[in-house]
Write a protein that binds this ligand. Structure first.
Ligand SMILES: [Zn+2]
Length: 61
């Protein structure tokens, strides 16, 4: 969702959903923070999805 791969409809659904769903909202914020953290560490280069995924799993699960 954060990679601009989602279609406008998917995005609309997603943002509408997280407004009402605390679980997804929390996960979304975790992911956002991970990516910001990694971006600053990687000098604003794109964060590889596999790396973000790995870190997210460690934090969320
Ligand atoms: Zn949800």
């Amino acid at each position: 969702m954060l990679d601009n791969e989602a279609t406008p409809n998917q995005e609309e659904f997603f943002y509408g959903h997280i407004e009402k769903c605390m679980v997804c909202f929390a996960h979304y914020n975790v992911e956002k923070q991970i990516r910001q953290l990694l971006k600053s560490k990687l000098n604003n280069k794109e964060v590889p999805n596999a790396l973000a995924e790995e870190i997210r799993r460690k934090i969320v699960s």
